[in-house]
Design a protein around this ligand. Sequence first.
Ligand code: ASP
Ligand code: MG
Length: 459
Amino acid sequence: MHRNVVKFGGSNLKCKSDLQKIITAVKSYENPPVIVVSALYGITDKIIGIIKNIHQKETSVQDCVSEITVQYIEVLNENIGDINYRAKIISEIEKRAEKLTQFLQGIQCIEETPDFLSDRILSYGERFSSVLLTGILNFNGLKSGEILPEEIPLFTDGEFGNASVDFEKSAPGISNLFPPNTICVVPGFYGVSSEYKVTLFGRGGSDYSAAALARLLNAKTLDVWKDVDGFMSSDPRLIKTAQKIDKLTYKEAAELAYFGAAILHPRAVEPLIEAKIPIRIFNINKADEFNALTEINCHENHHSDIIKSVTFSEDFGVLKLKGPGVGIKPGILAKVTTLLDEKNINIRSVITSQIAINILLSAKDLQKAFETVSGMNLQAISEIQQRDGISVIATVGEGILEKPGIAARIFSAVARKNINIEMIAFGASQVSAYFLLAKEDCFEAVSEIHDEFFTNPGL
Ligand code: ASP
Ligand code: MG
C-alpha cells in the first residue's frame, strides 16, 4: 500500500489549540499516514540558547529543561482532559527530559560542546513532539505509534549539523516497520550515523526527514502542512497582489525555496525527484477543506507569462576576489573553495569574470570567509572585499531561458525605478534568473517586477 507521508512543523505547533487542527487534518486521510513532526514553535532556538549559555556559572540545567518541558505539558493539559491518560504521556516526556538533563550536565561538566552531543541535545525538541502528538492522536481514537529514526534506522552520512540520508543503507526492510493500519509518528530533524550517533539535517531539516521517508517508503505523496496558502507569486506580507501558485515543478520549487520562499526547505525536493513523488502544500487553518493549495511534481507547465514567482532573500553576502586575470588563472577558485569547505563555509553561488571572482555566501559566513581567504596570501589576488547589506532577487519559472524578452522585462522593470543592479546570474539554472542589489532597494524592485508579470501580464 502506498501511503501518504505527512509533515507537521513549527508553524502548525504555535499555540496549544493547534493540535485540534492537526487532528482534523489527520482524520481527512483515507489511510493512516506516516507523520513526521518537528519541535514546537521556537523550541529549537531555545535549546540553542541553552547550549550557548550553559557554561555560565549561574545556569541551572534543571531550570532550563523544565522551561522546555512545561511548554509541552501545557499543550497536553489543553488537549487531554483525562488526568490519568495525561500522566502516562507526561511520564514519558519526563523520562526524555531526564536524558536531556544528563546530556546538558555532561557538556556543562566538560566545559565544551562536542558536535555529537550538540546534535543529540538539539534532537529533543522533536523527540518531545512525537510523544506528545502520538499521545494526543491516540486519545482522539486515532491509533498511533511512535517510530524513532534510530529504530528505522534512518542512516546518514554522519556529518554533524548538516547530514544527508544514506538511502541505500537505510532502505532494506523499512516498510515492514510501519504497520499499515496504524498512524506512525516519526520525530524529524535527525538521523543516525553508522555508529548510531544522532546527526541533524540542518535548521528546518524536518522537511528533509519527511522527504527522505517518503522516498524510502515509496509514498503516494509528501504532504507538507503550513499556516499559509501554499507557494505564492511573491511574499504576500509585502506584495498585496501576490497570487497563489497551483502547480510547480520540482526545479521551480527548489529554486524558490533556495532563494527565500520559507514555505519548504530547499533540500525537501531532491529525494523525491527520481521517484516522482508529488509534494502537496496544505494550510492547517483550512484543515477541514482538505485542499492541496500547491502541488509540486515533474510535469512541466509553463505559465503563460513564464515567471511564476518573484522571491528574495537577505541572507546573502559576497566575497569579491580581485586581481588581473583571476578569471583565467587555473587553481585559484579550487584553492579558495577547498579552504572554505574545510572551515565549514557553504558556497551558495559563484560568479566570475576576467578580473574578479565573486563568491556568494550566507550572510553569517561572510566575515569568517573574508578572514580565511585573507590569510591565504594568494599571489594572483590583489584585493579582497566583502559586500554585505545586499539582497538577492530570484525570478523563477520553467521556460525562462527559452522565451525571448523575459530578461529584458525583468531588468527594464528594475531600471524604471532607477535601481542599480550589482550582479546578475542568468542561465546558470534552467528555471531561474537572479541578481543582487542593495538591501534597501529590494522591496521596490520585487514589487515592480511582480507588477510587470502579474498586474500587466503579457504586455
Ligand atoms: N526544529 C528544527 C528547527 O527549528 C527542525 C525543523 O523545524 O524542521 O530547525
Ligand atoms: Mg521548522
